[in-house]
Design a protein around this ligand. Structure first.
Ligand code: 5GP
Ligand code: ZN
Length: 139
């Protein structure tokens, strides 16, 4: 499996950095975003290191897509947002900050005014952990 020792998401996959894990299978991992835009903001990654969509094998995209359906459905059931976006960014112009392919699962509220390139702001760990528990209960 492709991995990059300097990549923060590869370190999460390896267990070298902790995360609020939601789900994993052989190819993918889902965990809470540490700078959540809203409660329930989480990430889906292939376990293998592919920096962007442009180098991602179709099978890895399919595996991430399967996990995204599972986790987004759980977020929707647990938190009842007004809507939910899947966001995926490639390159600096698209505000990609971690070069390991990922899908953002972004619950939305009516009129939240979220722009596509949002600012990263640290979340409160206890609140993220509690939200993760609610989502896990629906997976
Ligand atoms: P991007 O900006 O590349 O689209 O998204 C990367 C996301 O990874 C950001 O939303 C950021 O908050 C999140 N992130 C960065 N470092 C960490 C980390 O160490 N742990 C977790 N859980 N999320 C992270
Ligand atoms: Zn990586």
């Amino acid at each position: 499996m492709k991995t990059d020792p300097d990549c923060i998401f590869c370190k999460i996959v390896a267990g070298a950095i902790p995360c609020f894990k939601l789900y994993e299978d052989g190819e993918t991992l889902a965990f809470m975003d540490i700078n959540p835009v809203h409660d329930g903001h989480c990430l889906i990654i292939p376990k293998a290191h592919y920096p962007t969509l442009f180098v991602l094998p179709a099978e890895a995209f399919a595996a991430a897509g399967r996990t995204a359906i599972k986790v987004a459905t759980a977020v929707n059931a647990a938190l009842a947002p007004d809507g939910l976006n899947l966001v995926q960014s490639n390159g600096p112009g698209a505000a990609q900050s971690v070069p390991h392919f990922h899908l953002h699962v972004l619950p939305r509220r009516m009129g939240d005014g979220l722009a596509v390139n949002w600012q990263l702001k640290p979340g409160e760990h206890a609140r993220i952990a509690e939200t993760a528990e609610r989502i896990r209960a629906r997976i």
